[in-house]
Design a protein around this ligand. Structure first.
Ligand SMILES: Cc1ncc(COP(=O)(O)O)c(C=O)c1O
Length: 303
């Protein structure tokens, strides 16, 4: 597997191990950081790398920076050039996972809004565990953060304290992952992925107002499902007890891709095996992200 050689800080490339931030910067002290996880998929036949839904990732980051009142908001075209340079400098020969962080570098009081800096790293990433076997989820006793306290819809680092607590609890309890409920007890999402289930043959996912990240993979799956079946995915509030009626379930996200869920709270999902809707969507997803099919060229930014 290829290795990350260089990292980019504020547009400058440097050896991967040499990136630094001051421990008293606001990004560290108050988690005033917004980040993105992106993938650039390699298509060996075309010998090209394409960032998947780059514009949508940038849009989410820009809104996060605006909501957190950063002094400066990064421009999409400028960042595209930076990431293309970063990928080339690392000379990968397979898929690339990119971590892009924008943060307040300044040292100061809590309401400090600048100066703003960014770091971009391009790294290899193993195939997610459980992709082929399916995973077990446990419903967490930690609630998902509510929108009017620390909005989960933006990808701010601070939100991952909540996510991490649920993941740690799930591991301690012997599950592969966690599923969070909103403070009102409705299904929200997993710590680093969104959640889908199939009930009575129809795809269902918690509504965008269920204290979830505005996930780009969620939107991709909703679109691919509609195109493949002619049906809309049902976006609505999901009760906890509906989980046990599910015939299929999966988690998804840029980093996790599509992870089938085979049990919830130690009860099998359906017959406990990966189901046909999950398999069909997984195939469609990989065909589209990798550019094996001509569909949705607007989602792929060749770098
Ligand atoms: C909390 C959370 N939900 C959902 C997702 C999936 O988001 P996306 O599809 O935009 O990667 C992530 C991925 O990072 C996440 O951290």
């Amino acid at each position: 597997m290829w290795q990350a050689k260089v990292i980019m800080v504020n547009g400058e490339l440097m050896p991967f191990a040499e990136a630094r931030v001051h421990p008293l910067s606001l990004g560290m002290a108050y988690a005033t950081t917004v980040f993105e996880g992106l993938r650039a998929y390699y298509n060996p036949a075309k010998r090209e790398f394409a960032l998947f839904r780059f514009a949508e990732h940038m849009r989410r980051m820009q809104v996060g920076m605006k909501l957190m009142r950063f002094d400066r908001i990064y421009d999409t075209a400028e960042m595209r050039d930076h990431l293309a340079r970063l990928i080339r400098a690392n000379d990968p020969d397979d898929d690339v996972y990119i971590r892009l962080l924008a943060y307040i570098e300044g040292i100061g009081l809590m309401a400090t809004t600048g100066p703003v800096g960014f770091t971009a790293a391009a790294m290899p990433r193993d195939k997610p565990k459980f992709a082929e076997t399916g995973m077990s989820l446990g419903v967490s006793s930690w609630h998902r953060l509510p929108d009017n306290a620390s909005p989960p819809r933006i990808k701010s680092t601070a939100n991952y304290h909540n996510a991490r607590l649920t993941q740690l609890q799930a591991k301690a309890d012997g599950y592969d992952g966690a599923l969070m409920l909103t403070a009102a007890g409705k299904v929200s999402e997993a710590p680093i992925a969104c959640f889908f289930m199939v009930r009575d043959g129809r795809l269902i996912t918690p509504s965008i107002t269920s204290d979830i990240l505005e996930s780009i993979t969620r939107d991709t799956i909703i679109t691919l499902y509609r195109e493949a079946t002619g049906h809309d995915c049902v976006e609505r509030e999901v009760d906890r007890s509906e989980l046990y009626f599910a015939e299929e379930a999966f988690c998804c996200g840029t980093g996790q891709e599509i992870l089938p869920v085979t049990s919830i709270d130690k009860l099998p999902v359906g017959d406990g095996r990966i189901g046909p809707v999950t398999k069909m969507l997984r195939q469609r997803y990989f065909d589209v992200v990798r550019g094996n099919v001509p569909d949705h060229p607007e989602w792929r930014t060749v770098v």
